[in-house]
Design a protein around this ligand. Structure first.
Ligand code: NDP
Ligand code: MG
Length: 401
């Protein structure tokens, strides 16, 4: 198993309470994280929380969690945050550097739950500082997977997978090496358009894409789930986290979202990770690791669910998954380009400026453009990856102008 994800027991002090930093504290993962923390009095203390621009929500979260420090990325939100926290005894700062400061404050574990490329620098700072990082922000590993894993090896930071599929696989592996398995399978719910025709999917509106059948999540990952791009990003995430080659990774559509990940061994044995579709389950696993902590997630009742079904993904109706798999197979800068292009495409789609079917088209075109311009080589550092990200965004604007 990749050394950096292989948790050495001495890394995990038995100190209770465990000191946490929550990056992206106001988002969907941030709120579920708060729910787990508040349900376990005495187990955790919160050193710092960070958010993007919603000062009122960040102030509420900082107070609820008893944080010592609250950082907001948008400098324009500083006064609002300061005002909302006046008299609360919570230190306040704003700007991207403040978010990085939150990431590297002394802690036992950093929850990396900022959405998108915005999470790259703060999460990287936490890894470089040798923190244990519970990783929800999959875009970090899609944008700059190799430099991230390299930095984790160097600083001996431990990465705990918080994404539900990767968390299930991590638990199913039970400390075995990820690259020792014959096949690693991530499941996908299939999203709201699983049974729709290609014509109907092409015309899907943001409201329809945001209407996920099983999961309640932030808007970007919800649209990614509807296009199945999310599963493509997760294959790339799994490739880096578990050091497993692309040809041993697989996707199954599983509409009930109960089995989150499976590992198949060469002797034919398969171990699956099951849980109700509730992010508090993988979040709690990461926060308490290697212990367990109770959550308010519903107990899984397989009789009530009745049947678990599995289908092959339909690449014709969901081309984004194929585009992502091609980027993973090609390697080099293509996953970085894919990540940036997809982020722009989703933003435009949510703003009503791009059709749903154009998301995969734009991403494919920008991957092709990067190759044609001789920019296909792998970014050696996180800074290189962010430069590729930047060029891709500029190119996307030209394509869309
Ligand atoms: P949300 O959109 O709900 O929340 C995003 C969070 O990031 C908010 O707290 C937001 O703050 C913050 N943020 C945005 N920009 C910045 C910035 N520049 N600096 C600091 N904070 C910033 O997203 P989710 O919680 O759904 O997802 C977070 C990550 O977790 C994503 O990478 C997603 O793919 C992953 N994930 C999510 C799952 C889920 O169930 N939601 C499941 C598995 C993975 P503000 O509110 O102020 O904008
Ligand atoms: Mg997931």
């Amino acid at each position: 198993m990749n050394q950096s994800i292989h948790p050495k027991s001495e890394v995990f002090s038995e100190s209770i309470p465990r000191r946490l930093v929550v990056l992206g504290a106001t988002g969907s993962i941030g709120q579920s994280t708060a729910d787990v923390i508040l349900n376990a009095p005495g187990r955790f203390v919160v050193e710092a929380v960070a958010g993007g621009r919603d000062a009122a929500a960040l102030a509420r979260q900082a107070i609820a969690l008893g944080a010592r420090f609250a950082a907001i990325a948008d400098p324009a939100a500083y006064q609002d945050l300061k005002q909302a926290l006046s008299g609360a005894g919570i230190e306040v700062a704003a700007g991207p550097d403040a978010v990085i400061e939150a990431a590297v404050r002394p802690s036992d574990l950093v929850v990396a739950a900022i959405v998108g490329t915005a999470g790259v620098n703060p999460t990287y700072a936490a890894i470089k500082a040798g923190r244990t990082v519970a990783l929800a922000n999959k875009e970090c590993l899609v944008c700059a997977g190799a430099p991230f894993m390299q930095a984790a090896r160097e600083s001996q930071a431990v990465l705990l997978p918080m994404d539900s599929e990767h968390n299930a696989i991590f638990q199913a592996l039970g400390g075995r090496a990820g690259n020792s398995v014959a096949r690693m399978t991530l499941t996908a719910s299939g999203g709201p358009f699983r049974l729709w025709s290609a014509e109907a999917i092409a015309k899907a509106t943001p409201a329809q894409a945001l209407n996920h059948p099983n999961w309640s999540m932030g808007p970007k990952v919800t649209v990614d789930s509807a296009s199945l791009m999310n599963k493509g990003l997760e294959l790339i995430e799994a490739h880096h986290l578990f050091d497993i080659p692309a040809d041993r990774l697989d996707v199954l559509v599983h509409p009930q979202s109960i089995v989150h990940g499976l590992i198949s061994f060469e002797d034919g044995a398969v171990i699956a990770g099951l849980a109700a579709p509730d992010m508090r389950v993988p979040i709690a696993h990461c926060l308490a690791f290697p212990e367990r902590v109770a959550t308010r997630a519903r107990t899984l009742d397989l009789v009530e669910i009745g049947s678990l079904t599995f289908e092959r993904p339909d690449f014709g109706r969901f081309p984004a998954l194929q585009v992502a798999m091609d980027a993973l197979a090609a390697g080099g800068s293509l996953p970085t380009v894919l990540n940036a292009a997809n982020e722009i495409a989703v933003e435009r789609f949510l703003a009503g400026k791009l059709g749903f079917h154009q998301i995969a088209e734009l991403v494919r075109n920008l991957c092709d453009a990067a190759l044609k311009s001789g920019e296909g080589h792998a970014p050696a550092t996180v800074a290189d990856a962010l430069a590729v990200d930047h060029i891709t965004r500029e190119r996307a604007r030209t394509h869309l102008a």
